[in-house]
Design a protein around this ligand. Structure first.
Ligand SMILES: Nc1nc2c(c(=O)[nH]1)N[C@H]1C(S)=C(S)[C@@H](COP(=O)(O)O)O[C@H]1N2
Ligand SMILES: [Mo]
Length: 514
């Protein structure tokens, strides 16, 4: 007498459902745009001939997607049950089956337009849960089989007892699957609600960015002067991105002030809007790196708001806190001087993307992001640097983070082959809030030659440059450096990004061919 195949099939099914539910929950919590099953459904649709897709849409009307997803789930249910039965005698074949299903999901996600590593996490989570759950259930089932084979010699392991454990285990797995499904549903709803409110949001006064004339040097391969939102670098410590509906957002300004202020999103938008081109960069950007972007930001100036709160004598810092508990300390002076430090609500003419801080973030020209650019900002405490530490300063980064002058060669790429003779070089340079007056290039340690600069609308954005150099046949090194509006030349001394930003000249090696 053996445990019936049905119990093995049921174990496979329950393990499968738990894996699916946890991957769904993980996708929702991590804000991966779609759960693995949905990615597969989209992959199938993309591979299906257009005529069939049209037919499906016509036949099933708006339910075509639902029907496809249901079809995939039905297929998976059958596959899970079969894998459960397989696991009884051929454990590794069952595991291989799970891996094969996961690979299909990986392919579906990898062929999306801009897959990021985090998009694959739900698949890995689901796969691990599948294998572990099935292993646990199989363990109980095998115990049950052994007991039934040996009969009732040992009263402690009588079949009823072992069976009961198996039922508890499978019931527990099913309950966990339901719980994970619920978590996914709730997290997905929060994201959907925030996304929906973002989509419907029209912020009065926010204009689409009109790229100023003459900001580009017009060389192919140079990173565009304006960074589209979807290409803008992303840095934060939030595993789960906060999803805050504008109606739920509030900002508290307090601490060493005469009057505490609490602002709702409405209150904020009732104030005068300011809009500007500002380049934002990360202190962790290595020389020549791409943790830098330039956007048209719309928001409310912080200077007037803070003046209204009335900072007390002696205050020199603002401790900013985000909804997810990240903190940074910003010099009060940088928030109150004439520069356009703002609470930004829009980026490139659209409400902030959720991952860039929706509904409100701080932007301060001239400071690295880690001391200024708080996403999902909810609290500003006026204080002194002596009294605070913040997320990154606790980890050894500098208390003060003014940006350092930087310049970058985008063209030619490092290790490129170029035709010998005249070679066009181009890239960007930046020192926000001071501005760049000159960019120079140097070949093989020779003299520095001035590059041509494109124009900029203000001193807060990067500037594009181009230069023509003569290269003989052979290997060469091209370097760039910039000079700021105060006349200081970018140093060639190499410094690491830690504790307050990298220095050194960006250098590319090229090989000139006849
Ligand atoms: N809430 C929150 N805001 C944050 C961070 C963070 O980890 N959490 N990182 C900062 C850092 S280090 C940088 S460089 C910028 C990056 O902004 P972006 O992701 O919109 O490019 O956000 C800043 N604001
Ligand atoms: Mo950063």
């Amino acid at each position: 007498m053996r445990t019936s195949r049905a119990w093995w099939a049921l174990s496979g099914l329950v393990a499968g459902l738990l894996g699916l539910a946890t991957s769904y929950a993980a996708a929702a919590l991590l804000h991966v745009r779609e759960a693995p099953v949905v990615a597969v459904a989209e992959g199938i649709t993309a591979l299906t001939p257009g005529s069939v897709v049209k037919w499906a849409i016509n036949t099933f009307d708006r339910d075509d997607k639902k029907i496809l997803v249901l079809g995939i789930l039905f297929f998976l249910a059958v596959a899970f049950a079969l894998l459960g039965r397989l696991a009884r005698r051929r454990w590794w074949l069952a595991v291989t089956g799970y891996v094969a299903l996961a690979v299909v999901a990986v392919v579906a996600v990898a062929t999306k337009p801009t897959p990021s590593p985090i998009d694959f996490v739900p698949i890995v989570v689901g796969l691990l849960v599948w294998v572990v759950t099935l292993a646990v259930l199989a363990e109980w089932l095998r115990g049950w089989e052994v007991v039934e084979d040996e009969g009732d010699e040992d009263p402690g392991t009588e079949p009823a007892h072992t069976r009961r454990h198996f039922f508890v285990a499978i019931g527990g797995a099913a309950a966990l699957a339901a719980a994970a499904g619920l978590v996914g549903r709730i997290a997905g709803n929060a994201r959907r609600r925030a996304e929906e409110s973002r989509r419907l949001l029209r912020i009065e006064g926010v204009t689409a960015p009109a790229v100023p004339a003459g900001v580009g040097v017009g060389v192919d391969g140079v990173v565009p002067w304006q960074t589209p939102n979807e290409d803008f670098y992303l840095i934060d410590t939030a595993f789960i991105k906060p999803t805050i509906a504008p109606a739920d957002w509030q900002l508290r300004i307090h601490g060493m002030v005469e009057r505490e202020i609490t602002l709702t999103y409405r209150d904020l938008l009732d104030r005068e809007l300011t809009q500007d081109w500002i380049t934002l960069n990360c202190v962790s950007n290595p020389v020549g790196g791409n943790l830098v972007g330039n956007a048209w930001w719309s928001g409310v100036r912080l200077a007037a708001l803070l003046a209204e709160a009335g900072p007390a004598q002696g205050a020199d810092a603002v401790l900013q806190t985000s909804e997810d508990g990240w903190t940074c300390g910003t010099p009060l002076a940088a928030l109150m001087d004439e520069r356009n430090a703002m609470l930004a609500v829009a980026m490139n003419g659209e409400p902030l993307p959720i991952e860039h801080g929706f509904p409100v973030r701080t932007i301060v020209p001239g400071l690295y992001g880690y001391v200024s650019a708080t996403k999902w900002v909810v609290d500003l405490e006026v204080t002194t640097f002596d009294d605070i530490t913040a997320y990154w300063t606790d980890k050894g980064w500098a208390e003060q983070g003014p940006v350092k002058i930087a310049s970058r060669i985008d063209v030619p790429r490092n290790n490129a082959e170029v035709p010998a003779g005249e070679v066009v070089c181009a890239g960007s340079a930046w020192l926000q809030h001071t501005g760049i007056s000159r960019v120079q290039v140097q070949v093989d340690g020779g003299g520095w030659e001035d590059a041509e600069l494109a124009s900029t609308p203000n001193v807060d954005t990067w500037v594009q440059w181009r230069a023509s150099v003569r290269l003989e046949e052979g290997d060469h090194q091209i370097r760039v450096r910039a000079v700021d509006n105060d006349g200081s030349t970018q140093t060639g001394v190499v410094a690491d990004v830690l504790p307050d930003g990298a220095t050194g000249w960006h250098t590319v090696s090229v090989s000139a061919k006849a």
